[in-house]
Design a protein around this ligand. Structure first.
Ligand code: PLP
Length: 355
């Protein structure tokens, strides 16, 4: 098996697994909200992890642990200012569908390269503007710093979905709320975080015991927190090394797949994401012919729906072009040889289809 689906999820880092095991051991089960010694030890581990995760964000805010980035985004939008929400046309469903909760349908358009115009007009009276840092389907990097600056000038909060950029790019400066997910940076699934700028008043959407400063009730998992913290620390320590590795992989993959057309900007992008198309390609057949290679037909979040990707459509691609697109995602644990082998296999299988 060759795993090329890093945007859907990433392999667990051995360091993150190791950090988790301590809290899955016989004496690691205490409730971190209990006042006794075992509870306090678990709480201390959660707070160490919180500091490690906080290093992914700018200074001047606090980290609220959640069950996923989807939950963090729900907290930001549904617990945020009550009023019109404007989101980009290429946001993940976690943002798009939650924004629709306000019955608002203000989409910020993107150009044919999959980039939001940093000067795109915001709708009158918008209270919250959301744009992602790195798109999960096509890898484009959005001008979030400028959008955040303009949102603030317009009196709106700015939410950045940094799920695909966290630990890889610098934290989005100027945002009021930032959502991240552990499993996209080699941490465990089942935990995310919302960074909240100091002074912002959010309302909880999950009520109960008042954990996480009253913003997100529910007992935290020390194992998941510790795994997230270790993964965040490692990502920051290895940022340059990981980026150089990804760049090398990108060049190798592009060289093999040089006859394929790339979807999204060639320059303003995270290079661990390669979204490519070949007109006339039958992607379902390709996936079945290349069963040993784990890759995606468009976004994993949208796959199975049968609908063409809203991101590729926003770029102006026809349904046929969107349906003949694949996404290859690679990163820290992908080797050069396996990537080249996978790209050659995919290209040969496409040729066997006559495209
Ligand atoms: N935002 C983006 C850009 C994503 O890629 C994903 C996951 O695919 C999410 C949000 C949701 O993250 P989670 O799986 O933690 O809910």
């Amino acid at each position: 098996m060759i795993y090329l689906d890093y945007q859907a999820t990433t392999p667990l880092a051995p360091e993150a697994r190791e950090a988790m095991l301590r809290w899955l051991a016989d004496d690691g089960f205490a409730n971190p909200h209990s006042a006794h010694a075992m509870g306090r030890a678990a709480k201390a581990a959660v707070e160490v992890a919180r500091e490690q995760v906080a290093a992914l964000f700018p200074p001047g805010g606090r980290v609220v642990f959640t069950g996923s980035a989807t939950e963090a985004i729900n907290l930001a939008i549904r617990g945020g200012p009550n009023g019109p929400v404007a989101v980009s046309a290429i946001e993940h469903a976690a943002v798009r569908d939650t924004a629709r909760w306000f019955d608002a349908d203000h989409e910020l358009a993107v150009d044919a390269d999959g980039l939001i115009d940093p000067e795109v007009p915001f709708p009158e009276g918008a209270r919250l503007v959301a744009a992602m840092q790195v798109n999960n389907e096509i890898g484009t990097i959005q001008p979030v710093e400028r959008l955040a600056e303009r949102a603030r000038a317009a009196g709106a909060w700015f939410l950045c979905d940094a799920v695909q950029g966290a630990g890889k790019l610098a934290a989005p400066a100027g945002a009021d709320l930032i959502a991240v997910s552990a499993h996209k940076l080699h941490g465990p699934k089942g935990i995310g975080a919302l960074w909240v700028r100091d002074g912002l008043q959010l309302s909880p959407i999950i009520l109960g015991g008042g954990q996480e400063g009253g913003l997100r009730s529910g007992t935290l998992s020390p194992a998941l927190c510790a795994g997230f913290g270790a993964a965040a620390k490692l990502a920051l320590e290895r940022r340059e090394e990981d980026a150089a590795h990804v760049e090398m992989l990108w060049n190798e993959a592009r060289a093999v797949l040089n006859r394929w057309t790339m979807n999204g900007s060639k320059t303003k992008r995270y290079k661990g994401n390669l979204n490519l198309r070949l007109n006339g390609l039958d992607v379902a057949r390709l996936m079945s012919d290349c069963r040993r290679i784990m890759f995606s037909a468009g976004s994993a979040c949208a796959s199975g729906s049968g609908r063409p990707s809203h991101v590729l459509r926003a770029l102006g691609l026809s349904d046929g072009e969107a349906r003949s697109s694949i996404r290859l995602g690679f990163g820290r644990y992908t080797t050069r040889d396996e990537l080249i082998e996978a790209c050659r296999t995919i290209d040969a299988a496409a040729k066997a289809q006559g495209v």
